[in-house]
Design a protein around this ligand. Structure first.
Ligand code: ATR
Length: 263
């Protein structure tokens, strides 16, 4: 029997994770299976218990269950604790290890795939929900010159920023600030909505990073019009998967060919 893994979410049919992990497994000759499971909104704990009972080894967790996975894990890594969310569960005896590989995936995509080193850079993080929170600690670990959190609802940005002892506020607080890296962790792109950012927010030679993938969002168009290099979040998706794979299998898959296949 191959070792069993899955991604739990709702919705889940669009998930690329089974394909990515199948490519990783083939590349590294790992005997494993990886499925996608549609979990009802109130059924996460039961679905996890059922999967564990069949001898499963681990689960990736996506929207809307990352906070619940955080609560169900019995041991958490510092980056999962900082994120208050878990995207990678590992089952070992009675222990449920919870980790969060999203921020590491973003940082690795920046450094390894995009040739962008966040060290000493001025970084703007847009959004103050779970997606933003998940990447703050790994970004701070890279020792940027500045990390500013801006959000439509200023109070949420201020609260999140205070938790990490960094700066934060509403979009109006960006006046006069220039950034080398602007990361869109808002859900605005899902609604095809533009963000009310001043154009000078984007420094010359900046990189604009949209965490969504599979579509050109108004944020990407905005950044491009300001002369920015622009990328979507597909690289982050592949890199966070590689980090989960590493946790589970102790093997680091090559991500470039997988990213090329998905593109
Ligand atoms: P996630 O877990 O994906 O981050 P979330 O917790 O619902 O989802 O957060 C969504 C984020 O996108 C929030 O920062 C939200 O801003 P508010 O806090 O003001 O609601 C942001 N967002 C969603 N739609 C937006 C829009 N049209 N314009 C600007 N920000 C938007």
């Amino acid at each position: 029997m191959p070792d069993r893994y899955a991604v739990f979410g709702n919705p889940i049919s669009h998930s690329q994770s089974p394909r990515i992990h199948a490519l990783f497994a083939a590349q590294t000759a790992q005997d494993m299976s990886y499925a996608a499971l549609l979990v009802p909104p109130d059924g996460f704990a039961a679905a996890m218990a059922n999967f564990v009972a069949t001898g499963a080894r681990g689960v990736n967790v996506t929207v809307p269950f990352k906070e619940e996975a955080f609560r169900l894990a019995t041991q958490l890594t510092p980056r999962a604790q900082a994120a208050s969310a878990v995207n990678t569960l590992t089952f070992s005896g009675d222990v449920i290890y919870g980790d969060n590989t999203d921020g590491a995936g973003l940082v690795r995509d920046l450094k390894a795939n995009l040739g962008f080193d966040p060290a000493r850079k001025r970084i703007l993080l847009l959004g103050a929900g779970g997606a933003a929170r998940g990447v703050i600690l790994p970004l701070l670990d890279e020792q940027p010159a500045r990390l500013f959190i801006a959000n439509r609802t200023a109070a949420k940005a201020a609260q999140l920023a205070a938790a990490f002892q960094i700066e934060g506020g509403g979009f109006d607080a960006l006046a006069g600030g220039q950034f080398d890296l602007v990361i869109n962790a808002t859900a605005a792109g899902l609604a095809n909505a533009a963000l009310s950012l001043p154009t000078f927010t984007f420094a010359p030679n900046c990189l604009a990073y949209e965490m969504l993938y599979g579509r050109e969002t108004p944020f990407m168009a905005q950044a491009q019009a300001s002369g920015c290099r622009v990328t979507d979040g597909l690289g982050m998706l592949v890199e966070q998967a590689a980090e989960s794979f590493w946790i589970w299998r102790g093997v680091r898959p090559q991500t470039r060919p997988v990213l090329a296949t998905l593109r």
